[in-house]
Write a protein of this length. Structure first.
Lengths: 289, 289
């Protein structure tokens, strides 16, 4: 159902990462970006844009969607590094530092993050409509000191420690929730949503981000390496407190369903054109990887 | 002469990096940003802003200046990592990954880069005057795929190889020149410079960036570890082709002086208020570290 949209995202990502000199860095960036993935964040941005009645002919929404996927990918590349999670496989393929080398992986991550902002802030007319700049700001904030980065920091610090429920919630809502919130808010802002709808998208993103991470915790104990494309039971191996280890599998599954339902309800409140967004969130509920 | 300005930059950097939860990442970011340094890039931005007659009461120019220093610092932190230059000392102090650990250093670099964009794109009024967004775009471009990052990529690739003069020029003009150009152009753009003055600042930045890097190459063979605060003869040790190894010390010194003179001449063309900028560039000519 969303395959056509995913294909458009993939094509645009490929175009944006077409290697020019120095080719090796573009190849490393492209390798990780094109290594698969659900394209959940760019899809959420495009569907939020549609949900608030955004201009169908606005080409910049696709640029922003791709930029967000680059930011997501940079975080994966750096998380996989030997000094961090030290993972050899990601989506069933060698991680960036295994396929290339560590220096290249560090630079590819830095490159994707910087390039994402270059793309979002590019306007050859130099007119710069405020909503695009605001969307880029929300993305900066939510991928950094008010979202993904600080979530990752607390996650790294918490490894091997018995953390409390509040800390786990902070990690989940920021590390995963940051970019999901950013996707939805930026889509709404670029689509011309009013402040009340932007707030609704933020709250929807909070539910979804939390739900998504709980599902990840569930899959880590219920799935297989073949299906996930990465080792299972990794949380236990890394002595990580998860939603499942803290509350048990049954409550995790119940809360996950409840949060997802809440998110779908909020999506529907956005208006008539929000149907696809609601459908997409629903489709994530049953995801197996 | 520029001490007062440097103190203002330091104070604002300290304020912006005041630790909040999670404190450790702010401490690591602050440690590296406050570990000394000439503040050349923020100074150049402030002086370019003044040179084109920018509004003295505009507080955002200082925010941009600090953001650029954060981007510069992120690049130093990542360059020092074991997988890159593997340096233990920077400005006479332990590098970030030696003072903290490698994971923290990777995240501190990522944090500084992301936070820099958050700061530049923040406007509580959501009015977003185009010149600020354009300045942020120039900084994104010149710190990334059109400047510092690609310069660093080619530098890393070239280690231990006999590169030609064109490749060395590419490395110098991008790796060091990128942020110097960005500082001058952003200062001019935010100060309301017309396109011809922005072009002049870009060309000035190109000369200065090249000159600055040639001087670095010269100091690596003529200075001492005590003065530099880092090991000397490191280029030879790392089998790096430099301006000095390619053209000899005499020509390097001659070209360095010529490029600096050219830069000062260009600065003077900016107008009456460009005196301080010209003075500052002149003061760099005799730098010993």
């Amino acid at each position: 159902m969303f395959n056509e949209l995913i294909n458009s995202i993939d094509e645009e990502l490929k175009r944006l990462l077409n290697p020019v000199y120095p080719e090796r860095i573009y190849k490393a960036m492209g390798y990780s970006v094109m290594a698969g993935g659900k394209r959940m964040r760019p899809l959420l941005m495009l569907l939020a844009h549609k949900a608030v009645g955004g201009d169908k002919n606005d080409k910049r929404i696709m640029t922003f969607a791709c930029a967000l996927e680059m930011i997501h990918t940079y975080s994966l590349i750096h998380d996989d590094l030997p000094a961090m999670d030290n993972d050899d496989l990601r989506r069933g393929k060698p991680t960036c530092h295994r396929q290339f080398d560590e220096a290249t992986a560090i630079l590819a991550g830095d490159g994707l993050l910087t390039y994402a902002f270059e793309l979002m802030l590019y306007d050859p007319s130099f007119k710069y409509e405020p909503r695009y700049t605001r969307a880029a700001w929300e993305i900066a904030r939510l991928s950094g000191m008010d979202g993904m980065l600080v979530g990752q920091v607390v996650d790294v610090e918490s490894e091997g420690k018995q953390i409390d429920a509040g800390t786990l919630e902070y990690i989940h809502k920021n590390k995963t929730g940051g970019l999901i919130k950013a996707a939805l808010m930026a889509g709404g802002i670029i689509g011309g949503a009013d402040e009340s709808k932007i707030k609704l998208l933020e709250s929807l993103g909070e539910d979804m981000g939390y739900a998504f991470q709980i599902k990840d915790d569930i899959l880590d104990v219920t799935s297989t390496e073949e299906v996930l494309g990465k080792p299972i039971l990794s949380d236990e191996k890394n002595q990580k407190v998860t939603y499942v280890s803290l509350y048990g599998l049954e409550k995790a599954q119940k809360d996950y369903i409840e949060l997802s339902r809440q998110a779908v309800d909020k999506a529907k409140k956005l208006g008539e054109e929000a149907e696809q967004l609601a459908d997409y969130i629903n489709s994530l509920v049953d995801r197996v990887k």
